[in-house]
Design a protein around this ligand. Structure first.
Ligand SMILES: Nc1ncnc2c1ncn2[C@@H]1O[C@H](COP(=O)(O)OP(=O)(O)OP(=O)(O)O)[C@@H](O)[C@H]1O
Ligand SMILES: [Mg+2]
Length: 237
């Protein structure tokens, strides 16, 4: 197993956001985690990238227990987190935002190559490289956030609602890019989405989180598109 989350619990004071959650991701997969608002999806990603501590449980990546590691170490080990709500640096330029994503890389030629790759994936970022992040449109900021997280040459990309607030055309574009990154660059993807339809179409496997617990595990994400409970709760059927 590439990533294994074992009996993970996360609390904010008295609020338990995740209760004994176990899941795994195999190398090369796109795995999606669905759930309603407040289900604990972002908390899962925050715990993996160590932005918040686990109350109990273990997180194993590539055979190493990373449960107690520092966030910088997690990045260096190959996990990148693209957080919810874009979270780019408004006062820095597009180029500077991208460069910050590569802070864990020392070799300038790798940084340059990654930058070139990002400009290929997101030509709009190349056109706007000198523009301040805060002046980008919402969709452009989303692309910058995804591009920045890829600048660290991750093996595992944690994506928190990449399609949030995007127009349908941009949603298609961002999912196309996610697939391409997964296929061409062999980046394993853990995808959190409210857009269950798109997520299930693009993912290999899926988990559903309800009130901090896994309620459904699927070995074939597309199958869930015809699951009555999923249709009722997540596909607006
Ligand atoms: N910093 C925090 N302090 C206190 N409670 C928090 C904090 N962050 C999250 N929570 C609570 O933990 C629960 C899970 O939150 P989380 O952000 O993981 O949900 P989510 O599934 O990502 O929701 P959404 O779809 O709205 O982004 C919620 O009840 C939330 O109020
Ligand atoms: Mg969230």
């Amino acid at each position: 197993m590439f990533l294994e989350v074992r009996d993970l619990s996360v609390s904010y004071g008295a609020v338990e956001a995740l209760s004994n959650v176990s899941l795994h991701i195999n190398e090369g997969e796109i795995v999606t985690l669905l759930g309603a608002n407040g289900a604990g999806k972002s908390s899962m990603l925050h715990a993996i990238s160590r932005i918040i501590p686990a109350k109990s449980g273990r997180i194993i990546f590539n055979g190493n227990d990373i449960t107690g590691e520092r966030p910088e170490t997690i990045v260096r080990k190959g996990i990148a987190h693209c957080p919810e709500g874009r979270k780019i640096f408004f006062d820095l330029t597009v180029l500077e935002n991208l460069q910050i994503g590569a802070y864990s890389i020392r070799e300038q030629d790798i940084i340059d190559a990654n930058l070139e790759k990002m400009f290929n994936y997101f030509p709009v970022l190349k056109d706007r490289r000198s523009q301040k992040g805060g002046t980008l449109s919402g969709g452009e900021q989303q692309m910058l956030a995804v591009g920045r997280s890829l600048m660290s040459s991750p093996k595992l990309l944690l994506l928190d609602e990449p399609s949030l607030g995007l127009a349908p055309k941009l949603i298609d574009q961002i999912f196309d890019i996610i697939r391409e990154i997964n296929h061409k660059e062999k980046v394993t993807v853990f995808l959190i989405e409210q857009n269950a339809n798109e997520a299930l179409l693009h993912a290999d496997r899926a988990y559903v989180l309800e009130n901090g617990r896994i309620s459904i595990t699927s070995e074939n994400a597309e199958e869930l598109l015809s699951n009555p409970h999923i249709i009722r709760a997540y596909l607006g059927g």
